[in-house]
Every structure is written in C-alpha cells, then in structure tokens.
Design a protein around this ligand. Structure first.
Ligand SMILES: Cc1ncc(COP(=O)(O)O)c(C=O)c1O
Length: 383
C-alpha cells in the first residue's frame, strides 16, 4: 500500500495507539473527579496541554481541547461573533478556506453578520492590498488559514498581522493551522494571532481530537453549555485517550521537526519533477517554495477526470485524493481551484498527493509506474 492522502488524515504513530489503549484500560477515570484516579487521569490532560503549549511557544492556560478542527473553527468564529457583536458584525475570511470556516461564516450571514471573502490569485494567495481595503471599523474578526488543504499554498500570516497591528480598533485574528502544524513553522504570539485551530489526526494522532489556542484575555462566547470543563470554554468530559494520544503525536512530530519537513519537501519535489517531466500539459496547482507547505502536491491533467485516475491508482494500491477529502466524498468541483481561476477542465482533472514522514522515495517511483500508463491509456481512449 502506498498511502499518499495524508492531508485527509494520517496513520497514527504506534506509540500513539499504544498510549490511547493504555489510557482507556488503566486511566479511565474522569479527569474532573477529586479522587486519586481522577488526578491520575488529569495528569494525561495536563501533560498533553504542556506539549501543545511548548510546540506553539505559548502557555498551558492558552490551550483548550476540542473534538477537532471543525469544532474549533466553529467555536472561534461563532464564539467571537457573539462575544463582540456590539462592536460590529463584519467578518473577513478568504475564498479558499476549509468548509468548516466557510459554512460557519455562511451560518452567521443568516443571523445578520456580513462576511467578506477575499479572492485569491492564480497561486491561491490573498492580495494584501485588497485585504487592507476590506477592513472596516465594524470588522470584528479576520479568519485566514495558514496552509491550504488542497494545494498547500501558504498565506502571508505575518503580513496580515502587520496590517492589523496598525489599526486602532484591531479585529481579532484567527488562523486555521490544521494543515500547517508541524509542517510550516508558525508561532501565535510573534505573529499576532489571537486564536488558532489545530487537529490531531493530521499529525499522526487520533481522530476526533483537536485544540484551540486562545491568547490570554480574548473573549469568546462558548458554543456548549454544561459542566464548564476546559476553563468554561468547552463543556463536556474531555476525550482523555484522544487528548493523550494527540500530545504524544505532537511530541513525536516536533522531535527533529526540521528534518521531517525536509523529508516531506524532498518527496514532494521529487514527484513534482517526475510528473512535469513526464507530462507536457500537466498543470501544477501547488506554488513553488517558499509559497507552499512541504507535504502537498496538487496537479491537474486537463481533459481527464481526477476521480477516474484516483480509481486507477487505487487498483494498484496507491491512495490519493481529488481534492479535499472532507468534501470530495460528494465529489463537488473544488472551490479552491475555482477561486484560483482554473478552467473546468483543470478543476476536474485535479489529483492531490499528500505526504507524511512515513513515506519514502520508492513510493514516488511506484506512483509514476502506474500514473504514466494510466494517463496514456485514458488519453488514448478519449482519442
Ligand atoms: C484546513 C483544515 N481545517 C479544518 C479541518 C477540519 O478538521 P477536523 O477533521 O479535525 O474536523 C481540516 C480537515 O481536513 C482542514 O484541512
């Protein structure tokens, strides 16, 4: 099996699955319980919180555990909108965000908020001048993703911060860092980020676990009412095995993190070169370094169906994606490639290869062994 769908999800590290099992078997108590089993359970929670705080160069008081990236994005956008509506009802985001941001913004529009979706250029980058122009006195939140999940393009987070820093009524700044965590360096404090979203299953941790970084003092209205766990921001008994596993995964990712990023970037560049050498008319949707994260390569074969190519590769044991797995179950045309101005042919012919530290050079060779004849055969069939 060649698994190259790591932007959809990653295989958990063995150490993670072992720890998850151990916590479920032995440390199953409720971390809020006062007895010593509860305290033992709480230690896992606080250890994971410390690991995340260290990875983000923040403090443990700024880390809150959730059920994943989707929940954190909802919690931030709805929570900030509700907490700050007296200051204004305008939100800025980009056209290429993950659906958990775009759909949440749409839900707020139905409640009377106004949303500006920044367009992107052919590389998928927002335009900073248009961003500055879109800022208003009643803008309460700016939500821009760091790395895009379909193409790997990196948004200029520090430049956005520089523009926001000079505003007298500065809106809150949220960054969806689900795809960049461990892949492309980002530290919320120096980058002026108030709120940041993380997800465990993109970094070899368990699914259904995520986190929010919230800068001290930033006000959010909680989505859930209940037992006031996680500092009152996220009620509900914590997913202790998942959180412990998330902590372990982050610890392992951030051990020699730079070498890991170089490895993924090397595989991505190697496959990109092989594909562009082999196919004259291929369209590369992932920009060149340093504008892209190391783990994603999105290419289009105009005139072919990405999904048919995906099936051909699958029959050879190679697993890739046509775009965003979270939406591609429905196989809708990619809103990201459309926003980048790609033609219908190019959008339909897109394939995403996404790497992790578990992949090897040989696997990129295996891809080419099957991709080249598959494309040739499909082209021949189409005349
Ligand atoms: C950029 C981005 N944000 C948010 C999410 C949602 O995260 P989760 O699957 O943990 O809900 C994803 C998942 O694909 C993503 O790629």
């Amino acid at each position: 099996m060649v698994y190259l769908d790591n932007a959809a999800t990653t295989r958990p590290f063995d150490e993670v699955t072992e720890l998850v099992g151990k916590v479920m078997r032995q440390d199953f108590a409720n971390p809020s319980s006062l007895h010593h089993l509860g305290i033992q359970a709480e230690e896992h929670l606080e250890k994971a919180r410390q690991i995340l705080a260290d990875a983000l160069q923040s403090t443990t008081g700024e880390i809150y555990f959730t059920s994943g990236g989707t929940e954190t994005n909802n919690m931030v956008i709805k929570g900030a909108a509700r907490a700050h509506q007296r200051k204004g009802k305008h939100i800025i985001t980009s056209a290429i965000e993950h659906k958990s941001v775009l759909e949440t913004c749409q839900a707020l529009e139905r409640e009377g908020y106004e949303v500006t979706r920044l367009p992107v250029d052919s590389n998928g980058m927002i335009n900073l001048a248009s961003f500055e122009e879109s800022l208003r006195d009643d803008t309460i939140l700016v939500s821009i993703m760091h790395v895009n999940n379909e193409t790997g393009v990196i948004q200029p987070i520090d430049r956005v911060n520089e523009i926001l820093r000079d505003r007298h009524a500065r809106p809150l700044f949220h960054v969806d860092a689900v795809q960049s965590f461990g892949k492309t360096p980002l530290h919320p404090h120096p980058s002026g980020i108030d709120l940041l979203t993380l997800s465990s299953h993109k970094v070899h941790g368990p699914k259904g676990t995520g986190a929010l970084f919230r800068k001290q003092g930033v006000n959010l209205t909680p989505l859930l009412d209940g037992g006031a766990q996680e500092g009152g921001l996220r009620s509900g008994t914590e997913n202790l095995p998942g959180i412990a596993g998330f902590g372990k995964a982050v610890q392992m990712n951030f051990n020699d993190v730079f070498e890991k990023q170089l490895h993924m970037g090397h595989l991505r560049n190697r496959l990109r070169k092989k594909i562009t050498d082999a196919f004259e008319d291929v369209v590369v949707n992932t920009p060149d370094d340093p504008q892209a994260a190391p783990h994603i390569l999105n290419v289009s074969f105009p005139g072919l169906q990405g999904e048919v190519l995906l099936r051909k590769l699958e029959s050879a044991g190679i697993y890739v994606s046509t775009g965003s797995a979270c939406t591609s179950g429905k196989n809708k045309p990619s809103h990201v490639l459309q926003a980048m101005g790609r033609t219908r042919d190019v959008v339909q012919g897109a394939l995403r290869f996404s790497f992790s530290i578990m992949n090897s050079e040989e696997e990129t060779d295996q891809v080419m062994e099957h991709l080249v004849p598959a494309v040739k055969r499909m082209r021949k069939m189409m005349g």
